[in-house]
Design a protein. Structure first.
Length: 202
């Protein structure tokens, strides 16, 4: 069996068994695998094949990071494991440590003071509530967009999040100020469905 056919089988199973976000991730990694080594026989794929894949990918995109290459290799190993129940021993490439920029507490305070001052102008209230939810809960924007009124517990300032990257429910908590904003919005707009969709369309 060629790798491209094995990828089709693997993606079909991934689509059935995992979350939409995980399927999309694996599908994106398989594009390069198909492009560079898709015609390889699945039984012949080994460490040398992985090295070949990496070199071809680097030749096409010299700026590609080792982290991205490692992700592609990891997907390749999962494809091989799925169709042939075979593990490939391959040490990950050394990755550059990246420090994620953060907003200081002082700057956060300034941002929220600005948003509070504009909450009665146009979409100001929506922006304030959105930024409060993001800052308090640490949720991704997609997760905030799927917050449902039925999953809100206003008594203990929490949401049960059912749409997550890991496809596992989780509970997140928010501040008293965010709770006040949510109650105000629910009472004024009569939200009955998704918090964020109602905010976008009101």
């Amino acid at each position: 069996m060629k790798l491209n056919k094995a990828i089709d089988k693997y993606l079909l199973d991934t689509q059935v068994r995992t979350s939409e976000s995980n399927f999309s991730y694996e599908k994106s990694k398989c594009i390069a695998l198909n492009k560079y080594i898709g015609k390889k026989n699945i039984r012949s794929i080994n460490r040398d094949t992985i090295n070949e894949y990496i070199l071809l990918h680097r030749n096409f995109n010299p700026k590609i990071s080792n982290k991205t290459l490692n992700k592609g290799v990891a997907t390749l190993k999962r494809v091989v494991k799925y169709v042939s129940n075979r593990d490939i021993d391959y040490k990950k490439l050394k990755e550059k440590k990246v420090i994620t920029p953060t907003v200081s507490k002082d700057n956060q305070t300034l941002i929220f003071e600005y948003l509070e001052s504009r909450k009665f102008r146009g979409s100001g209230f929506r922006n304030l509530l959105l930024f409060r939810l993001l800052a308090d809960t640490g949720l991704r924007l997609k997760e905030v967009r799927h917050l449902h009124i039925n999953n809100l517990n206003i008594d203990n300032n929490s949401f049960t999040v059912t749409t997550t990257k890991a496809d596992r429910d989780k509970i997140v908590y928010f501040s008293n100020r965010t709770s006040q904003l949510l109650e105000e919005d629910i009472n004024n707009v009569d939200i009955t469905d998704y918090i964020w969709i109602e905010l976008k369309t009101r």
